[in-house]
Design a protein around this ligand. Sequence first.
Ligand code: SF4
Length: 468
Amino acid sequence: MTTEAASVKFKPYIRQTIAQAPQWAAMAPELREAVQVVSHVLPFRTNAYVMEHLIDWNNIPDDPIFRLTFPHRDMLPAHEYARLRELVLGRADQAALVKLVREIRMRMNPHPAGQMTHNVPRVNDAPLKGLQHKYKETVLFFPSAGQTCHAYCTFCFRWPQFVGMDDMKFDARESNELAGYLKQHPEVTDVLITGGDPLIMNTRSLASYIEPLLVPELAHIQNIRIGTKSVAYWPQRFVTDADADDLLRLFERVVASGKNMAIMGHYNHAVELRQPIAQQAVKRIVGTGATLRMQGPLIRHINEDPKSWAELWQTGVRLGAIPYYMFVERDTGPREYFQLPLVKAHEIFQAAYQMVSGLARTVRGPSMSAFPGKVVIDGVAHIGGEKVFALQFLQARNADWVRKPFYARYDEQATWMDDLRPAFGRDKFFFETEGDGHPSTPRKVIPLTPARHDEDGGASCAVHSNVA
Ligand code: SF4
C-alpha cells in the first residue's frame, strides 16, 4: 500500500467546497460550470482519496471515475440545462430555481420499481418507514445514520436520500422496529442493512443496529448483509480509520454468533481494486470470516469495456471476494446518459464472463431490478423462426416465478424491462396474468409514478439494495 493512500484523511468535497480541491483549477471552465449547474439537481460529493488516487486527471473528462462522480452537462437534456444554467448563474430568482430543480427531479423517476408503493411493510396499517420488504426472505433496513455516502455516484438512484427530498427518504430512528418486525416474520432469513452507505457510520453506531439481531429470538436470521461502496470509495474504513479494527471485531462477533456476515461490495471499475489499500481492505474483511460479494451496474461512459469487468472479478477472486452481479442501469436519474441497450449489455457481460475462470463465474447478469422482480438476460436465441431475448427471474415478488424461463421479442433499442414485449405473438408475459398478492399491483408492467407524499416514505439504492 502506498503510505500516501493509507494516511490520507477523509476530506469530502461538495458543490460549495470543490473549488478548494487542488485539481479544480486544472479543470476546463465548461466542466467546472457543468458541476456547479447540474449539481443543483443531482447531488455531488467526492473525497480526497477518490480525487487523488482513483481519478486520472490526465484523462478527464473521459476518465471513468471522473464521470462516475462529477456531474456533467449531458446528464440533462440541452433545454433543461440551459434553463437551469440561466437560473443558477443569474442568482436572481431563487423560487424559480427551486421549482425547476423539483420538476427535473420528479421527471427522473426518483422511486423506481415500486419502492414507494409496494415495498414498504406495514404494521397495523401504518408504514414502517425504515424498512422495505419486497422479497419474502429478505428485509432491507435503512438506518437513519447511514443515509449518505463517502462519495456520490452520478448514476445513483438513491439520490433523493441525499438532496433533501425529505418526504422521500427512508430512515429509522431505532433498530427496535426492525427487531420487532423480524420477530413477527420467521420466514425472513436475510437482513440487508443499506443506505446510502451504512459504513459511513462509526462502528459503535453500526453495532447498535447489528447486535440486537444476534439474540436467540432471531435465530431465523441467518445472513446479515451490509451494502457498501466504502470498499472502493473509502477502503480506509477497513484499514486505517480510528475504529477500523473495531469494525472487523464486530464482523467477527456476527460470525461467532453463527450467522453469515455478508458484505455486499459495490465496485464500478477495475481501477477501484487496483489500489493496494483497496486490496488490503478485501483481505481484512474476509480475514474476519465475513464474505465479500462484488456487484455493480453496467454504465455507459464508465464501464463498457469487458476487460475492466474481467480484471475486477479476477482480482476480487484472487483476494477472496465473490463476483456476484452485473446490473443493468436502472430507470431513474440521468438514465439517458448512462443506459445501454439490453443487447449490448448482454454482449459485454458475455465477453467478460468468457475471459474469467470458473471461480469468477459466480457472477450473474446482466440483471434488471424491475418492478416484478430481478430479471436476468440469459441471451438472444432463435426459437420457431423468431429472434427473442431469453429471460428469467432470479428473484420475484411471487416466488413461483423464480427461474421460470420466458421470452421477449428481440428489440435492439430496448434498455429496460418496460421496453420489452412478449415473444410468439402473445399479449402478456406470464407474470402479467398472475397477481403477486398485493391488492394494488397492476397486472402489467408499468413504470410507477411516485406515491402521494403523505402515503409512504421511500428511496432505495441502485446497488446496495439489490437483493437476491
Ligand atoms: S450508488 Fe451507492 S455508493 Fe453510489 S451514491 Fe448511490 S448509494 Fe452511494
